[in-house]
Design a protein around this ligand. Structure first.
Ligand SMILES: Nc1nc2c(ncn2[C@@H]2O[C@H](COP(=O)(O)O)[C@@H](O)[C@H]2O)c(=O)[nH]1
Ligand SMILES: [Mg+2]
Length: 511
């Protein structure tokens, strides 16, 4: 395999290697080493929204893509972008000049919402107020934004089918391409295929991206000619857990299976999480990738074939590999009695976290790779943020003073001199308030731009939590920047959330 393919998946799993050396000798795990229990650097900490005692967890499940395997977006998402453009041009009649376009992988971020009909890209707060809005790449004025989204009645929609949520890193390329097409259509209306309004363009992009995922455009670049989803999983996991070589022609030794009891590929989440999902469960024969039928999770022995259960060379621990099925099968295979005994770790707030929490009541951990940079920046900007808070308080105090003086002027029986003095005082205060307000806005904007030049801090919009942060808070029991951070904590860790604060408590309890 071409060496350049190696850069598609990041090696964020170095801690895994402390579990078993390449010679198979067990090395001390971080949590049982003397280093365990020390202060963990902020970018690698696990943050807790809901108490979770790991002693009560019987099974920990891991999603693979963008959870265990951190694809590098500048290469992996560029593949999706280029593949999508080719499909738009060659299959859907979009103009050839799209082939010369390029992808700025840093432009879009998770948590954004696409307004398909209007061609807008939005960032909103937890109350679904639109705080940042662009038409294509053109920033919308405050008036346009309020005119379009200010109506409180439409605020609780912002969901499919008219809106698309950018909630996985897989969606960055399609969001960027949508913005490019909106700009292109606005300045070249005749060049876009007939009847393609913004919503149609979105649909075309979505269909083309979907097809890139289905027809192997992406997976074939990660590993040449994967014969099945199992084959692909095997190559990626083999790379992550030891070999660091993405080579499907190399004979895999399946060593990575020693870390797992069960592997399921092609689970078709989020449908997998519905117990009434009657999807068939097949057992996978690891060497050949052949599927065997099972009877509700119990493999059905086949005449003339050996059992597909792998007995691992090193640990003698069996690991079973399946394709399809649903959560009922999984619970049965693992002898799970209560769904609160399962912790599931994933990167997709909707497909992994929200569905498994809402439908099943599994405990959840969200992997947010962006978090590492975000918390480090927060830390370095802590003094500026304190100053911002002080400026905001000063602005509020001046504003209150102005209001009082205005009422005084209006309702009290004042002589000419008193009236003049009060008016002058109001003028002075108004000019001071304007100064403070302007510098506060400027400094606040600059602070946000340090996180992202367009969209600001991932978890905030202004002073409010972003919609994305709100979802994380509601549905992820735990969240962290990468899976391997788990190895920095004891497997018996009792994760406890920090104290909740209501606005009335802030001035009473020092933070
Ligand atoms: N058919 C589509 N498949 C997609 C799309 N976006 C991602 N994917 C595939 O899903 C899995 C990753 O999901 P995960 O929850 O298991 O991490 C991987 O196989 C992707 O190729 C899509 O738009 N359409
Ligand atoms: Mg994933």
């Amino acid at each position: 395999m071409d060496e350049s393919y190696k850069t598609i998946i990041g090696d964020k799993t170095s801690e895994f290697q402390h579990m078993a050396g390449s010679d198979g000798v067990q090395e001390p795990r971080i949590w049982s080493s003397p280093e365990g229990g020390r202060k963990i650097e902020i970018g690698k900490q696990i943050f807790c929204n809901r108490s979770l005692n790991m002693r009560n967890i019987l099974a920990v499940g891991f999603d693979m893509d963008y959870t265990l395997a951190q694809y590098i977006p500048e290469t992996f998402e560029s593949l999706a972008y280029e593949g999508t453009i080719k499909k738009l041009v060659y299959d859907l009649g979009y103009p050839q000049e799209l082939l010369g376009w390029s992808f700025d992988w840093k432009y879009m971020v998770r948590g954004l919402v696409l307004d398909k009909k209007r061609g807008n890209i939005l960032k909103m707060d937890r109350h679904k107020y639109v705080k940042v809005a662009y038409h294509g790449f053109q920033e919308m004025s405050k008036e346009e934004k309020v005119g379009t989204y200010g109506n409180t009645l439409i605020r609780d929609s912002f969901d499919e089918p008219d809106y698309a949520l950018i909630d996985t890193l897989f969606s960055l390329a399609e969001a960027y391409l949508f913005a490019q097409l909106v700009d292109f259509k606005d300045s070249n209306p005749g060049k876009i295929p007939e009847r393609a309004d913004y919503a149609r363009m979105y649909k075309d992009v979505r269909a083309a991206v979907d097809s890139c995922h289905r027809d192997g455009t992406l997976k074939q670049t990660v590993t040449k000619d994967p014969r099945s989803l199992w084959d692909y999983t095997n190559v990626v996991m083999d790379f992550l857990c030891g070999s660091h070589v993405l080579d499907s022609s190399r004979a895999c030794n399946f060593d990575w299976l020693m870390y797992f009891d069960i592997v399921i590929t092609g689970s078709a989440k989020p449908g997998f999480f519905h117990e009434d999902n009657r999807a068939n469960l097949f057992e996978v024969e690891p060497e050949s990738g052949m599927l065997r039928n099972t009877d509700n999770g119990t493999p059905m022995p086949q005449v003339g074939n050996s059992s597909p259960r792998i007995v691992l060379k090193k640990s003698n621990a069996p690991c079973q590999i399946f394709q399809g099925g649903s959560v009922g099968h999984l619970h049965k295979l693992l002898s799970i009695e209560s769904s609160s005994q399962v912790l599931y770790v994933g990167d997709h707030i909707y497909g992994d976290i929200l569905r498994s929490k809402k439908v099943l009541g599994w405990r959840t951990m969200l992997v947010v790779p962006e978090l590492e940079r975000e918390v480090k920046l927060l830390w370095s900007l802590r003094n500026s943020r304190k100053l911002l808070r002080l400026m905001r308080n000063e602005r509020d105090q001046i504003e209150d003073q102005i209001h009082h003086m205005k009422w005084f002027l209006k309702f009290e029986d004042l002589n000419v001199d008193q009236k003049q003095k009060t008016s002058d005082g109001i003028d002075e205060l108004e000019s001071r308030r304007d100064q403070v307000r302007t510098s506060h806005q400027q400094d606040q904007r600059e602070c946000h731009q340090k996180f992202h030049k367009i969209w600001g801090q991932l978890m905030k919009t202004g002073y409010q939590n972003s919609r994305f942060a709100h979802q994380v808070e509601r549905f992820a029991c735990l969240y962290t920047s990468q899976v391997s951070n788990l190895s920095l904590y004891s497997p018996y860790k009792y994760y406890r959330p920090c104290e909740d604060f209501m606005p009335h408590e802030f001035d009473i309890l020092p933070l």
